[in-house]
Design a protein around this ligand. Structure first.
Ligand code: NCD
Ligand code: ZN
Ligand code: ZN
Length: 393
């Protein structure tokens, strides 16, 4: 067939290396079908799913269980993270080839995965294959505990001033010592960007992610959004937000941290409301809009949302449009304008913090491995059409 793309941009499918699709265990929030439909509608043709599900993806049986679920439900291609625990050091290393990376929570977040002590962190860093990234949620557990003990959970009132620096410095130091690849999830502050910049200059094998949430929202939006804007790490000050853009040249990946929770869960009292917002469907639209505003170039976006993710996570057949790669293609009308609304959101929880945002640049069609999978609002493929990604090496 001939594809008429006159007047349209032809982009490679986006790769979101940071989603929480909640399957198994919390499918009232999201499952592999609803999550991957949201991805598809957002021009994301490959996702890597985080391990903080129930059960957590921390062993071969749990990984096998999740792979079977994804195999029957996904409509885009997918890979998995293996969750680090205090005790799964040897097992993690033996199943490393089955996953995109390890995820290690140095600070607590949704779910029960947490590794805070030096010894298990050091052993994971030195035992997990050095070429496979370990992705860290590097928020300082001590300061979180301290503020929690004071009853100051509200990030509006008590924003731990050094919440990420201690954990991040530790992670960088151990990565340097062990010579391993380290990828820092959701960096949000100027200080973190400085630490990463310095480490990169020293030759430490560290890369980093920022989220669209922290690029496009700040603490003023948190006041407007209330619990719906509660996230780990929290939305930061305008000056930290500006720092992410200032340091954009050393940002390696943009990942959404798509972390759906239902409205009912979010409408609980602040201290009880879970942290996280949706994002997989709105990343490309927000970035297209930023391109239309001259904030960033389309090339810089594709580098961080396609080229670098494929390279860092060793996704063999994914990446820029070229021979040898899958024909994952997104057609965009760069002139079409619309307003984001909750009704458009295909995630099961049905809301986005970006409702009301005016966007220039609309996703028209999405192809996954050459198949037309999404056409102007309609998902054309069946659950199970998504395939597991293949890894380099
Ligand atoms: C994430 C979740 O809900 O799974 N929440 C969040 O606020 N980002 C977990 C995480 O990425 O820390
Ligand atoms: Zn996290
Ligand atoms: Zn996350």
């Amino acid at each position: 067939d001939v594809i008429d793309a006159e007047g349209l941009l032809v982009l490679p499918g986006f790769i979101d290396t940071h989603v929480h699709f909640r399957d198994p265990g919390a499918t009232h929030k999201e499952d592999f079908y609803t999550g991957t439909m949201a991805a598809l509608a957002g021009g994301v043709t490959t996702i890597l799913d985080m391990p903080n599900t129930q059960p957590p993806t921390d062993s071969l049986p749990h990984l096998t269980e999740k792979a079977a679920i994804a195999g029957s439900k996904a409509v885009v291609d997918y890979g998995f993270y293996l969750g680090a625990t205090d005790t799964n050091i040897e097992e993690a290393a033996t199943i490393a080839r089955e996953v995109a990376a390890m995820k290690l929570y140095m600070g607590s977040s949704t779910g029960s995965l947490l590794v805070t002590e030096f010894s298990p962190i050091y052993r994971h860093f030195s035992t997990f294959p050095l070429e496979k990234p370990i992705v860290v949620h590097a928020e300082d557990e001590q300061s979180l505990k301290y503020f929690g003990a004071l009853g100051l959970q509200d990030h509006n009132q008590a924003r731990p001033p050094v919440s990420a620096q201690i954990a991040l410095s530790r992670a960088i130091a151990i990565a340097e010592k062990t010579g391993r690849r380290l990828h820092v999830a959701h960096t949000t502050t100027q200080r973190e960007m400085e630490l990463i910049h310095e480490a990169k200059q020293k030759g430490v094998r560290v890369t980093c992610e920022v989220t669209p949430l922290h690029l496009f929202l700040n603490e003023e939006d948190q006041h407007r959004l209330g619990n719906f804007g509660k996230v780990n790490p929290p939305l930061r000050s305008k000056s930290d937000q500006a720092a992410l853009w200032r340091y954009f040249n050393i940002v390696d990946t943009i990942g959404t941290d798509h972390a759906p929770h239902t409205r009912e869960e979010k409408e609980q009292p602040y201290s009880k409301a879970p942290s996280g917002m949706t994002g997989v469907q709105t990343m490309l639209p927000l970035l297209l809009n930023a391109v239309s505003q001259g904030k960033v170039s389309l090339e810089a976006v594709i580098e961080r949302c396609v080229v670098n993710p494929a390279e860092i996570f060793g996704l063999k057949t994914k990446g820029a449009l070229q021979v040898g790669k899958d024909a994952d293609i997104v057609l965009v009308n760069p002139e079409e304008e619309y307003v984001i609304s909750n009704e458009q959101i295909l995630s099961r929880c049905g809301w986005t913090p970006f409702a009301g945002t005016h966007i220039k640049g609309k996703i028209q069609r999405v192809f996954v491995r050459g198949n037309l999978a999404y056409d102007q609002g309609r998902v054309l493929v069946q659950p199970g059409s998504g395939k597991p990604v293949a890894y380099q090496g």
